[in-house]
Write a protein that binds this ligand. Structure first.
Ligand code: ZN
Length: 134
């Protein structure tokens, strides 16, 4: 399931959605804060353009809302185990904590999911690189 050719592979490994070989980010680690938001302009292997138009990743914001929900609910659940009542303030604390802990992963995964919605895997892409937007 996580082999080359599946969208999950491209998303989890932060690889180019077209050839599944080139990295998407300058720092391609899910946990690293260093150069977190720096994405490559195009795939170094197949020349797929990563930002075909300005504002391409605005939609990824909505994906990141969804991805933030999981860790936040997990932290709230942990709070419920150790406290009789979870207040609004505690909930906001959980949200801030999960954002601080998982920001690089949420940022990168939401962009990887977003570009994978529009770009499909092409097993021949690495052999004949062409600059393409979609
Ligand atoms: Zn590529």
């Amino acid at each position: 399931m996580l082999g080359k050719g599946s969208k999950l592979y491209s998303i989890c490994k932060l690889k180019c959605p077209r050839c599944h070989e080139g990295d998407l980010f300058v720092n391609n680690s899910l946990l690293g804060y260093r150069k977190m938001s720096q994405m490559l302009d195009h795939c170094p292997v197949c020349k797929q353009i990563y930002e075909p138009e300005p504002g391409y990743y605005y939609g990824a914001m909505f994906v990141s809302y969804g991805l933030t929900t999981g860790p936040t609910l997990a932290i709230v659940w942990l709070m419920m185990l150790f406290s009789e009542e979870v207040t609004v303030l505690m909930f906001i604390g959980a949200l801030v904590l999960s954002l601080l802990l998982f920001l690089p992963a949420i940022f990168k995964l939401s962009r990887a999911i977003w570009i994978n919605i529009f770009v499909s895997y092409d097993p021949e892409a690495a052999k004949n690189p062409q600059a393409r937007g979609h």
